[in-house]
Write a protein that binds this ligand. Structure first.
Ligand SMILES: [Zn+2]
Length: 215
C-alpha cells in the first residue's frame, strides 16, 4: 500500500540521554521489572512459578528495555551530523516505519512517519531522520506528542525554516481491546515555520507526502 522508499534504520543510536526535553536520570532496572511482572501474573490469577512462566519476567524486562530505550538516548546527537549545503528546497523522507508504546495502556502502536523540512543552510544525512524517529518512538507516549517532539527537534536543533511531520499509526489499544476497531489509522501532523505560516508551502509539502502515493 505504501512506497518503501525510505531508509530503514539498522543500528542502534549512540548512547546519551534525553526524554523529549529532560534527562531521565535512570537506566532500565531489570530486576524491578521482573518483580513487577511476577506481581501482575499473580494478580491475574496465574502461577508465576509454573514452568511456562518462569522465564517470562526476565523476557519482559528485556523487551521493555528495548521498547523504552529512547528514554535514555538523545535524538539531538543525530541532528549534530548536519552538513552545510546550499540546497533550499524541501527535503522529504516518507514512510519511516516505527513502533512505539501508548502510555495509557502500555500497548504498542505502530505505523509510519513522513518528515519534510526546508533547510536553512544545514542539511541532515537522510538516515539521520530515521534515527531521530527511532529514538523518539522508543518511549511511552501518545502519538500527538511523538509528532510534536520530532517536529520541535528539527525546528530547534536543526534550525530548519519549515518542518512538516505526519505520523500514521495503528493503535493496538484500539484494535485488540476497548472499541476494537481493527484497520483504523490515527493520523497526526505538526507544522512548523513556513509550513505553518504559508499556505502554499504547506500545500506543497503535503502533496509531496501524499501526492504520488501508491495505494
Ligand atoms: Zn492506548
Amino acid at each position: 500500500m505504501k512506497t518503501p522508499n525510505s531508509p530503514r534504520d539498522e543500528s542502534r543510536p549512540a548512547a546519551a540521554h534525553d526524554s523529549a526535553t529532560k534527562p531521565a536520570g535512570k537506566s532500565i532496572d531489570h530486576p524491578r521489572i521482573e518483580r513487577a511482572v511476577r506481581e501482575i501474573l499473580a494478580a491475574v490469577g496465574e502461577d508465576p512459578d509454573r514452568e511456562g512462566l518462569l522465564e517470562t519476567p526476565a523476557r519482559v524486562a528485556r523487551m521493555y528495555a528495548e521498547m523504552f530505550s529512547g528514554l535514555h538516548l538523545d535524538p539531538k546527537v543525530h541532528l549534530r551530523k548536519a552538513f552545510q549545503e546550499k540546497y533550499d528546497e524541501i527535503v522529504l523522507v516518507r514512510d519511516i516505519a516505527f513502533n512505539s508504546v501508548c502510555e495509557h495502556h502500555l500497548l504498542p502502536f505502530m505505523g509510519h512517519a513522513h518528515i519534510g523540512y526546508l533547510p536553512n543552510g544545514r542539511v541532515l544525512g537522510l538516515s539521520k531522520l530515521a534515527r531521530v524517529v527511532e529514538v523518539v518512538s522508543h518511549r511511552p507516549q501518545v502519538q500527538e506528542r511523538m509528532t510534536e517532539t520530532i517536529a520541535d527537534l528539527l525546528e530547534n536543533d536543526l534550525g530548519a525554516k519549515g518542518v512538516a511531520v505526519v505520523v500514521e499509526a495503528s493503535h493496538t489499544c484500539m484494535t485488540i481491546r476497548g472499541v476494537r476497531k481493527p484497520g483504523s489509522l490515527c493520523v497526526t501532523s505538526a507544522m512548523k515555520g513556513v509550513f505553518r505560516s504559508n499556505v502554499s508551502s504547506r500545500a506543497e509539502v503535503m502533496s509531496l507526502i501524499y501526492g504520488s502515493r501508491a495505494k
